[in-house]
Design a protein around this ligand. Sequence first.
Ligand SMILES: [Zn+2]
Length: 215
Amino acid sequence: MTKKTGWVLGVGLLVAALALTWLSSPRLQFTVGGGLVNLGYRLQDRFGRFDFTHDESITPEQIWEELVRQNELAAGVRDFFPRSVRHPVVAILACMDARIDTSELVGDTRRYYYVVRTAGSVLSPAEQEMLELAVLNGVQVVVLTTHTDCAAEAAAASPELREKFPALISLMDERERRIEEFKARPTIRDAIAAGKLEIKHARIDTDSDRLVLTE
Ligand SMILES: [Zn+2]
């Protein structure tokens, strides 16, 4: 072995030892995993032409077949990596807008949080019950979000669309009141008073995925 080869080998072993030490930290492994997931997202982002909507001739049946094929692929990978035990401590209310990906938003693909999605993040009594159920299951932070460039907000501002979607628009008009109603539910009110629950309000910047606290 030459002196140079020895140096390279030594430095290589040192880097490998340091990497192993760092990777033994769960937080670091989690962060590295998140980085790899993000890399995957960025790789897929570029393939706009694989988007279903860009092929006018594609039929609903072909779209379904493609979804099934993708699911088979994903489920095949899952077979090798069974799910870990989960204990979600966060619940998120978000708009159904397809651009918002809650995994990307919080850098966590394990679904370590509950997600309730409605157009315009409306919160009818049914969704309030869903979030309350999440709190009973151990959730300590509820994040109520809205987002920029929201089609439901635009609909609420359009006389024509207000007429076309009366049920949705009435819930949009009541959004703030429904939030107060949710906070006043006994389970929620008591959990907040006991310091076991926090309700956060945030607006998602749809382009950057950044959560901007609004309260
Ligand atoms: Zn929206």
